[in-house]
Structure formats: structure tokens, C-alpha cells
Write a protein that binds this ligand. Structure first.
Ligand code: ADP
Length: 461
């Protein structure tokens, strides 16, 4: 027998523990601003690393010429070329290709991996033609988006700290990855140089800024999460000897590591304890796509155990970590049918449980609770960044139109999450200030963003 009554207290407690009323959001925004400041003061001064990107100039729209971009951040890498036509013609043409990295190369040697990448890039370059033209006497230039932890040393160099996301390639940690790539391109006889090494958030900011001069912040909400923003060089005490012609530089916050004052539940704590990085990336574990479905699954297990929500038997599938994905909980929330048929079939197919209408309603409430907390906390984080910028120079953010560029599968495909995020921003800022803040989806800006940064950092300009 299915009994929803006994599961009700679990839901009520969850909603209580996940609540994000205005004072909680305000605390998160204030703490985010304070942690940013502490991370800018001294390396290791806060949960937030506040990494210098060495990107001091953003695209203006005047860029011209042929530029490439290379994006390595997971099991696929993407290569792209774009022909830029300056102020009037803008992007004349773009082409890209995606190549998947063979499993064995992810645990091979550095040379093997970079040779594979350089050779795929060389093949792509061979197909250059049509609207793509390289002026005589010039080498090709590329931006390199590399989404692994790097200690950046200049705009075109950075030391790999460690591989993550299933990569364990020998010989690269401690080395300059741009040098690794340049050497491999040399071995392939490819005439190309890396002009800009960038993080994907920074590339997204650059890509959005190309179209809109008011973009000051970029946020990624996908499998993981991160944010970057435009900072004044004067506001970075830890920056010593770095000169910026514009007086500005992009800071990569690595905000996934934020932890101050998060409303966490027993489910979050258990998930964190069993994770590969306990105690780390707590903001990311509360708001990003990799984890929302898993938190919901853990709540459903508890409801099944204590409340027989799905009957006596608890299927193995429901007990399997990460069996329920964030796309699943998002799909369940889109079900507007009277009998919640889609919810029922997703629950059955993904977790193996049978459900009646009451149980389905309760599951949707759980999904909503977790998405609401995630979206609202992400919104509070964004306000924290804006607040920090405004505190340093009055009017820089709130006295004018300011755009926050958003990207990532979670933000793009989970409408409720997106709505909760925007609501939290509006609640925190109030009607007057929030009317100047535009939160805008910048789809796949990061690919072209890296090519644009190759252009702004070209050796020929
Ligand atoms: P990544 O962050 O892995 O580079 P994406 O930005 O495309 O790539 O984000 C993918 C993530 O987005 C997935 O891991 C998932 O968590 C989330 N996602 C994808 N589709 C949906 C969806 N329909 N609803 C909610 N979240 C989704």
C-alpha cells in the first residue's frame, strides 16, 4: 500500500530546512561580497579563489580577421573558426567541429593527448576556405578555453594544477599547458599560436560583451557553476606589479566553493560526505545541475523508507546514487497533466517505483523545493557580486543598465529554476534597482568568446 500521509512530515521538514526568505538571501549576498573582498586581498584569504584571468581588454566589436578557438573541458573538445568583419560586418562566418577524446587518451601521456588535439585541429585548419582568409605573412591565432584548475601566469600561459573530471594524463601537472599545445602544434607542422588562455566563464563574458557593452558579469549554471566579473585593478590588493592599460581586469571568482550561511539539509550533508571532495564546492553542490537530481533522490529514499511513499518495496534503482538526474526533475516539473502521467512514467523508468497521484504530487513538491532553493541562492550570489562592485564605486552597477550574461544547460533548460533565480534578484534589489539589471541568456558565447579574446590579444594589433 502506498501512503503519502506518513511521508508528509518529511516534505514539511524539507521545505522548512530549504527555506530562503529574504533575510537568508540577504545574508548570502552580503557574505558573497565579503568573501570576494577577502579573496582579492590575499591568495588563500577566502573560500573564493578570485583568480586573475589576465584578461584586461574585452572585445569592442571592432575586431577584424580570422581567429580560432579551442575548447577543452571534458570528454569532448570543440574547434571553431570565425571571420570577424569589424563594427559593421561583425561575425562574417563561423564554423565549428566537435571531436570526442578516446577513453585511453584520458589516462595516457601528455604528448599523446596534445598530439591528438593538435592533429584534429590541423585537420580542421585544412578545410579552411571560402569566407575565411588569413592575411599574408601572418600565423593563425587561437583562443584556448581550458576548464581545469590552472595557475594562470599571463594571458597566454598557465600551469596545470591537476586534472579533474576523469582525466589522469601523466606529465602535464606542473607544466604550462599552452607550451604543451604549442609544442604539439609544432610537431604537427601547424602554423598557429595560442594568444589567449581562458576559463570558460571568462570566455562567456567576452562573447556576450562583443554584442552588448553593458555586460559586466558572466555566470555558468550547467553541470557545475562559476562566475566572473569586471574588476578595477585598484580594488585588487593581492595584485602586485600587474599593469592593465584599461585599469580593469576580469576576475574568475570560482564561486562554487562558497559556503557561508547556506541552508543545508541532512540530505546535502550526506551527499557531501559521500562525495569525492567532502567539504568542498558546497555552493556548487546546492545550486548546480550535477547535484539537484541527486538531492531529490535522497529525499525520495527517505520518504520511501519512513513513509512507504511508493509501497513496501524500495527498488535498487531508487537507491543508486545519481540515478535521478537534474533533467529528470526538470521534466517532472513540466508535467501539467491532471494525473501527472509523465511524472509517473519518469519515476517508473528512472527509479523503478510505482506511484499514485498523491505520491506524484509530493515528488513534484520535492523537486520544486530543491530547484527553488538552488535558483534563489544562485540569484543571491549574483546580487552579492553586483553589490561588491557597487560598494567600490558608486553608480558603476546600479546607476545604469547592467547585464549579467548567463549560460549553461541548467539555466537554459529548467524554467522554474530560472524563474526562482530572477525572482530572488528582484526581491533583493527592489523594483527600482532591479529595473536596471538585465539577466540575459548568452547561448554558447564561450566558443566565440575565446576566439574574440584571441583577437583582442593578437600580436598583430
Ligand atoms: P557542462 O556544464 O557539462 O559543460 P552544459 O552547460 O550543457 O554543460 O550543462 C549540462 C548540465 O545541464 C547537465 O549536467 C544537467 O545538469 C543540466 N541540464 C541539462 N538539461 C537539463 C534539463 N532539461 N533540465 C535541467 N537541467 C538540465
Amino acid at each position: 500500500t502506498i501512503s503519502t500521509a506518513a511521508a508528509l512530515p518529511v516534505l514539511t521538514k524539507l521545505q522548512l530546512d530549504c527555506a530562503t526568505p529574504l533575510p537568508v538571501l540577504r545574508h548570502i549576498a552580503d557574505a558573497m561580497a565579503a568573501d570576494m573582498r577577502a579573496g582579492l586581498a590575499v591568495d588563500g584569504g577566502s573560500d573564493l579563489k578570485m583568480i586573475l584571468s589576465y584578461v584586461d581588454c574585452l572585445p569592442t566589436g571592432n575586431e577584424r580577421g580570422l581567429f580560432y578557438a579551442l575548447d577543452l573541458g571534458g570528454t569532448n573538445f570543440r574547434v571553431l573558426r570565425t571571420q570577424l568583419g569589424g563594427r559593421d560586418d561583425r561575425v562574417i562566418a563561423t564554423e565549428f567541429e566537435q571531436v570526442s577524446i578516446p577513453q585511453e587518451l584520458m589516462s595516457g601521456t601528455s604528448e599523446e593527448l596534445f598530439d591528438f588535439i593538435a592533429s584534429a585541429l590541423a585537420n580542421f585548419v585544412k578545410k579552411e576556405g571560402g569566407k575565411f582568409v588569413l592575411p599574408n605573412g601572418r600565423s593563425r591565432e587561437t583562443g584556448f578555453t581550458f576548464s581545469f584548475p590552472v595557475k594562470q601566469t599571463s594571458i597566454d600561459s598557465g600551469i596545470l594544477i591537476k586534472w579533474t573530471k576523469g582525466f589522469s594524463v601523466s606529465g602535464t601537472p606542473g607544466k604550462d599547458i599552452v607550451a604543451c599545445l604549442n609544442e604539439a602544434m609544432g610537431r604537427q607542422g601547424l602554423d598557429m599560436r595560442v594568444s589567449a588562455l581562458v576559463n570558460d566563464t571568462v570566455a562567456t563574458l567576452a562573447g556576450a560583451r562583443y554584442w552588448d557593452n553593458d555586460v559586466l558579469v558572466a555566470v555558468i549554471l550547467g553541470t557545475g557553476t562559476n562566475a566572473c566579473y569586471v574588476e578595477s585593478v585598484d580594488a585588487i590588493p593581492k595584485l602586485q606589479g600587474h599593469k592593465s592599460s584599461s585599469g580593469k581586469t576580469i576576475i574568475n571568482t570560482e564561486w562554487g566553493a562558497f559556503s557561508n550561511g547556506l541552508p543545508l539539509t541532512v540530505y546535502d550533508r550526506a551527499m557531501d560526505a559521500e562525495s569525492i571532495n567532502p567539504g568542498e564546492q558546497l555552493f556548487e553542490k546546492t545550486i548546480s545541475g550535477m547535484y539537484l537530481g541527486e538531492i531529490v533522490r535522497r529525499v525520495l529514499v527517505r520518504m520511501a523508507e519512513t513513509g512507504s511513499l511508493f509501497g513496501k518495496h524500495i527498488p535498487q534503482k531508487l537507491q543508486t546514487p545519481f540515478a535521478l538526474g537534474t533533467p529528470n526533475i526538470s521534466s517532472m516539473q513540466q508535467d501539467t497533466s491532471e494525473d501527472l502521467e509523465a511524472v509517473g512514467s519518469i519515476l517508473y523508468e528512472v527509479t523503478g517505483v510505482d506511484s499514485n497521484l498523491d505520491a506524484r504530487r509530493m515528488v513534484v513538491d520535492v523537486c520544486d523545493t530543491i530547484a527553488k532553493r538552488g535558483g534563489r541562492l544562485a540569484g543571491a550570489g549574483i546580487v552579492g557580486i553586483l553589490q561588491k562592485m557597487e560598494e567600490d564605486s558608486k553608480g558603476v552597477v546600479f546607476g545604469r543598465r547592467t547585464v549579467v550574461a548567463m549560460d549553461g544547460g541548467l539555466y537554459e533548460h529548467y524554467p522554474q529554476y530560472k524563474r526562482y533565480l530572477k525572482e530572488a534578484v528582484a526581491e533583493l534589489l527592489g523594483p527600482e534597482l532591479s529595473s536596471h539589471v538585465v539577466i540575459e541568456h548568452s547561448k554558447d558565447g564561450s566558443g566565440i568568446g575565446a576566439a574574440l579574446l584571441a583577437a583582442t590579444n593578437s600580436i598583430y594589433e
